[in-house]
Design a protein around this ligand. Structure first.
Ligand code: RUB
Length: 336
């Protein structure tokens, strides 16, 4: 979003910046931070009448919404908190919004714990699990299995270009899990040693497609070919209500510079090193295009189970849970 919206408190702008720059990242953490930011907006708003207060809350939600497009946990969190804003006075609106945001954060943490317990049932003592990216929902399953006394090992894909696999590896080592870190390209070779592929999700579509970190779909296809089951750990906050009415999930395209530095670019093509330090390279006629999609779509036929806090589902049946949770209705209250 260009420039600060009137009435939006600086803490909201700063959370939005952190999400955009991936200092806050991962679908659950983004949702948690967004709910917290709305509570802070409610707390610090200087609005003198209810209409202004509500308008500012919506502007804050719009600022947060604009940060990253793929993880549906973000709009789901914003909708949930805004729907709880209730009252005829600023004081009532403030307290109801804060209470709703706190409830959201509490429920999010509880859902992850519950999901972890359910997912842990799929893991046997002595299993080796291959991970991709860093997913707190996926790690909750491993943590619950470890707490149940199961010994596990992990093969952790580094996950280029941002190497979120390092965060996963650090967490697993803190839990004393033996970790083998591999390049993404090595995944197929190491699938022979894996009993499960375990990933998270940024969004789940109504047909059971899983939208997650780029590289998930290739991993799932290879896992199917090798006979390794693919388990997706995703709280119901990751279910994408718009997909029930045919909308597709936008795949975020991130900066070229995550893939290629100025120096590397100059080594590929014979042109003066670009001087710009913005997000994208300056336009050239070089014929070199760099594309950096952050996520991809794994069709349901490559997924064995979607584990949520409401139980585990074959991907094709997830739409029944979506209808139960969301009905057919979706709206964007920040656009009211
Ligand atoms: C993160 C990513 C994670 C999901 C699930 O992408 O794809 O697998 O968000 O994470 P990025 P969680 O690093 O680009 O945000 O289970 O923690 O919600």
């Amino acid at each position: 979003m260009d420039g600060a919206e009137p009435g939006v408190v600086p803490a909201v702008e700063s959370t939005a910046d952190d999400i955009t720059a991936m200092r806050i990242r991962g679908a659950a953490a983004i949702a948690d931070a967004a709910a917290e930011a709305l509570a802070t907006q409610a707390e610090r708003s200087t609005a003198e009448n209810p209409a202004t207060f509500e308008q500012e809350l919506r502007a804050a939600a719009a600022t947060l919404y604009e940060t990253r497009p793929t993880a549906v946990s973000l709009p789901n969190a914003l909708r949930y908190v805004l729907r709880g804003m209730d009252g005829d006075t600023v004081a009532d609106l403030r307290s109801s919004t804060i209470a709703r945001a706190e409830r959201f954060q509490r429920d999010l943490a509880q859902a992850q714990d519950r999901l972890g317990e359910i997912g842990a049932h799929r893991l046997q003592d002595g299993d080796t699990v291959m991970t991709h990216c860093h997913s707190t929902d996926a790690l909750a399953c491993l943590e619950a299995a470890l707490e149940a006394g199961k010994d596990l090992e992990a093969i952790v894909k580094e996950t280029r270009p941002r190497k979120q696999g390092h965060i996963t590896a650090r967490q697993l080592r803190e839990w004393d899990v033996p970790v083998t870190l591999i390049a993404d390209n090595a995944a197929r070779r190491y699938l022979d040693r894996a009993d499960h592929v375990l990933v998270g999700a940024d969004s789940i579509a109504a047909d059971g497609s899983v939208i997650n970190k780029i590289g998930t779909s290739g991993l799932a296809v290879n896992a199917r070919e090798r006979g390794v089951p693919v388990m997706v750990a995703a709280q119901t906050i990751k279910l994408h209500p718009d997909t029930m009415t045919g909308h597709t999930v936008e795949i975020e395209m991130r900066s070229e510079r995550e893939l290629l530095s100025n120096e590397e670019r100059a080594a590929i093509i014979d042109e003066p090193e670009p001087t710009g330090d913005g997000d994208e390279f300056s336009a050239t006629d070089s014929g070199l295009t760099v594309e950096n999609p952050a996520f991809d779509v794994t069709p349901p036929r490559y997924v064995d189970a979607i584990v949520t806090e409401r139980g585990q589902f074959p991907p094709e049946s997830i739409v029944t849970l979506m209808r139960e949770l969301f009905g057919e209705l979706t709206d964007d209250p920040w656009n009211d």
